[in-house]
Design a protein around this ligand. Structure first.
Ligand code: SAM
Length: 246
């Protein structure tokens, strides 16, 4: 059989394309791309001639079996999305699941990813973290999902489209309160890259006055001050409990 290569692509800065990603894109028999026009531009930039097929949320049911058949015939396939890591809030997971089930080797290349890039520069606790990706779109569903995360002590990472940022921050204020720390990582790796750090209340006030433009990762600090009583908190923490007994 062939091999399925998962190939990350830049999230804004073409200089972030890795040598190995270029080598694999040149070497494979076929590239399965989220948007063939988008990936064609990337290939043009690096002067790579390749055969492209599309693989996205509207055609994966037909496309995945075709690609598995190609792999079983011995063709090597690279899969990539428009930006960053395939399968991370992007197409790919169904192909990977089918390939692993069929015993086809799957090789992931390391490379650009917006969430981890934002996390390590955010100044928030880098681990543990929860990567959530895109929230539900409807306000009440957002608030319900966020309330489930409210007590979590780890840093929370979300993706959001610029035109929905304000509403999402409103849901976050509703679920977590105005005082929770947040970092908005904007336009990573691009000319207008910036980090906006403050409370959720401040971030919402900013989004209400500014025209929100660009791509954003929203990182929310974990819950430092659980609403639980100190005794209950101690009981939930085995280390504290052991110390208390000594
Ligand atoms: N597969 C990508 C990855 O590995 O990060 C994510 C793709 S997802 C469809 C697009 C979302 O990722 C955007 O709405 C934004 O939240 C985030 N994103 C992608 N590129 C970004 C960038 N350059 N700066 C900030 N956020 C970015």
């Amino acid at each position: 059989t062939g091999t399925l290569y998962l190939v990350p692509t830049p999230i804004g800065n073409l200089g972030d394309m890795t040598f190995r990603a270029l080598d694999i894109l040149k070497a494979v028999d076929l590239i399965a791309a989220e948007d063939t026009r988008h990936t064609q531009q990337l290939l043009n930039h690096f002067e790579i001639k390749q055969c492209l097929v599309s693989l996205h949320e509207h055609n994966y049911e037909q496309r995945v079996p075709q690609l598995i058949a190609d792999l079983q015939k011995g063709l090597d396939v690279a899969q990539c999305s428009d930006a960053g890591m395939p399968s991370i809030s992007d197409p790919g997971k169904e192909l990977v699941a089918a390939a692993t089930q069929a015993g086809i080797p799957v090789v992931a290349l390391p490379g650009p990813n917006a969430g981890l890039t934002a996390l390590i520069a955010s100044g928030l606790v880098p681990q543990p973290f929860t990567f959530y990706g895109f929230l539900e779109r409807k306000h009440q569903q957002q608030v319900t999902a966020l309330l489930k995360l409210k007590q979590r002590p780890e840093t929370l990472i979300f993706y959001e489209a610029p035109h929905r940022l304000k509403k999402t921050l409103q849901s976050m204020v509703e679920a977590f309160g105005e005082e929770r720390r947040v970092v908005l990582a904007r336009e990573l790796t691009k000319r207008y890259e910036e980090y906006l750090r403050g409370t959720l209340g401040e971030a919402l006030a900013w989004a209400e006055t500014e025209t929100v433009r660009g791509e954003f990762v929203v990182l929310v600090a974990g819950n430092d001050h659980p609403d639980k009583a100190p005794t209950a908190r101690g009981a939930a923490d085995p280390i504290q409990q052991i110390n208390a007994e000594v």
